[in-house]
Design a protein around this ligand. Sequence first.
Ligand code: ADP
Ligand code: ASP
Ligand code: MG
Length: 448
Amino acid sequence: MSLNIAKFGGTSVANIDAMRNCAKIVIDNPSTRVVVVSAAAGVTNYLVQLANEELTSEQINDLITKVEEIEFAILAGLESPPHVMVKLNELLSLLRELAFHEEILHRPDLKDAILSLGERMSSLLFAELLCQMGQQAENFDARKVIKTDNEFGQAEPDIQVIAVQAEKLMKPELERTVLVTQGFIGSDEQDNTTTLGRGGSDYTAALLAEALDADTCEIWTDVIGVYTTDPRITDKARPLPELSFEEAAEMATFGAKVLHPATMVPAVRKNIRVFVGSSREPEKGGTWIAKNCQQEPHYRALTRRKDQVLVTVKTPSMLYASGFLQQVFEILANHHLSVDLVTTSEIAVSLTIDNPPNSVRARLNKATIEDLKQISEVTVEEGYDLVTVVGNNMHSAAGVSSRIFNAVRDFNLRLICYGANPHNISILVKDEDSTDVVKVLHRDLFEE
Ligand code: ADP
Ligand code: ASP
Ligand code: MG
């Protein structure tokens, strides 16, 4: 029988009614044997505040109450069996303990422990709901399988170990029961809880699909598929029936929040088809992401990634020198910074660095800049967004880029980059311009 992994995002499990829609989707597809859930909408944001902000006891209590209200409201919609209430209260006690821990603001391991609680609570409640709706289901601790390094907040999964653990602990159960597990969380070699970065539940689903050799992986969210651009930027955005692996990977990397940036990586490795649809309106269908598509248009979609940092390193010794770029990249790699766009001139190199919450902003710090200053003059510019046009054969067809540049002729473009593959062209613009840039590009490339 074929195997499907279904992932439900935060809004899909935000309350009991939303959860019921998800439960129906699971029950309607007998191939769905593994369910991955996010924390209920809003919960992870509260946990991030508890983990990172200097708060008074009153503020801490207020945040805990907000989390409790969300979880208890879901529990109230269940027939509140005592064993679930006991487990939920255990998790809430742990939340309180961690939130008031003296070292919470300074210990990344404690931060990840607290961040994991949203998924641990929602998976407990969702498993119970499935049971009450007549579907045999069990809550499964993802940390036993999703083994990672100890880069807390942005942990890197260990694919080989995950495959072994999934085969040993999950596979044998799937005939008997649906396993409801947590997205976003894992554990390191010492069994400390880790997290995969914000939005990481999509990545968990893809990693489990890979490890369990699934046929399909469904990402159920609040939109009826992947759109031509974020429907929150323009109401002219429209859902796409199909996308290729490459296009989806580019979109995820360059900021389409609907998929965590790494989601496509495991899917591509194992050629697993990925579906994106709305848990509220499953009947409306969604986007199928597969190796090959029926059509390969030059322009498929637009993405925007906010909070980009532009670093320029300049040194006269770069003139005719070899090895300078290598030094620059080595320093950035040592600080775990991943570089996106690179442009060079005779004596300078500019590069953009993504600044996702919880990770890079913390690392593009004094230490990185000090290291770069050892070998060059450094300037750091903030306040940019990266807008990317994703499509096909963008390098080989005449006129593809001129249409793009013509559309944005009235804007100041700080940097332009042709991707190293034929699927993207990116431009860096001032953050206050980016909404308009996406709108005019959308109009010229998709609405005519
Ligand atoms: P979930 O909690 O289900 O993971 P997310 O909020 O992470 O949901 O992702 C869904 C959101 O992604 C949508 O509501 C939409 O605003 C945003 N988004 C950004 N780009 C796109 C796109 N190209 N297509 C669809 N949604 C997009
Ligand atoms: N709950 C986590 C977050 O809000 C992970 C996820 O939703 O994918 O980032
Ligand atoms: Mg998400």
